[in-house]
Ligand binder design. Sequence first.
Ligand code: LLP
Length: 423
Amino acid sequence: TFDAFPERDGVLHAEAIPLDRLAREYGTPCYVYSRAALTRHFLAYRDALGEMPHLICYALKANSNLAVLDVLARLGAGFDIVSVGELERVIAAGGDPAKIVFSGVAKQADEMARALEVGIKCFNVESRPELERLDRVAAERGQVANVSIRVNPDVDAKTHPYISTGLKANKFGVAADEVFELYAWAAERPNLKVVGLDCHIGSQLTELSPYLDALDRLLALIDRLADHGIAIEHLDLGGGLGVTYADEKPPAAGDFVSAVRERLAGRELTLLLEPGRSIAANAGLLLTRIEYLKPGETKNFAIVDAGMNDLIRPSLYQAWQRIERVDTRELRQSALYDVVGPICESGDFLGQARELAVAEGDLLAVRSAGAYGFAMASNYNSRGRPPEVLVDGDVSHLVRQRESVASLWALESRLPTASSQTE
Ligand code: LLP
């Protein structure tokens, strides 16, 4: 199987470049992405969709680095955004605003206005009050907003509860019974145009059945709407296709698409998808260096220079990501380690009970970190976020600089001298 980070002569590479060379050049911790992997993952969807009318709207939240967006935009990608910040990123990266769908439960009026101004493809609306607000904003601007209602199909995505979104108990979407009313209302409003129906049931899905259950429910709804003279042009199935972190065997994008196409045969629907993780996760890794080894009575710790502020998934979701020694040419004794970071919290770990043959100063690669890695990084403990490097064959591009320490308080200020109180 394809791996953008292959081992050659005992050293892990990013495409054609040894990772230790990248570490020397850019320092650690450092995110490394592969252009070939991003491309390949996107094309898996595009090839499977073939002649079928479709738009693959990459979900920016997974990884919104401009270079990543640039790579995908050049391949014809659309984008799924959830904020005006993500909207401006698409534009800055040369993406086409007419291929943007706007998701999210809390869209503000000024975000809607900007999205209308640049002419996005569709608003994925998540509630009645949001639909009413969108109607007002569009009317004020004298524009027509294309809308899709996000249905909550009430299916169990069988994934981690924090990333399961299609259950009644979740804040997302509109219950199937209410959807009908909302479309009927929207159809009467001159500043709204009903174009689609969407859902997103969760993330890191490893089975097809929840998708197909959701799809069946959506298709039944589309038929019911058609009976009432409301025509749906596109169906947006959201994102969520899982990836292999450990030994999961999620359906391949091509198989997923085939199954969906089969169900859609004979219908004149454009299919939209919003994949994030399945495009970015295994196109990236986090490179980190061991600062200290700390043997203990009950546990050994490998203390590294990346922490939960750089990669929060292990701490937040108990997510397992493979951790590998970059250069295995020197023989070392192996032991079980908790790989922990510099943050002052016991929850600050990148991996627990990992068998590693390592010494102080060794480089480690935390795999599958291209999605929800840098994108969820913070400055906790006043740590500048790591640089991001995109590798393209034997060339590397620094696509985000390491944050300087001074930049961390660039937006802050001390009190005016006049108000100072000295004791
Ligand atoms: N569309 C919508 C409306 C979404 O809410 C999401 C993800 C996606 C698309 C993309 O889903 P994907 O293909 O990446 O599964 N931070 C978590 C994942 C949160 C996903 C939230 N929504 C993690 O690191 O596992």
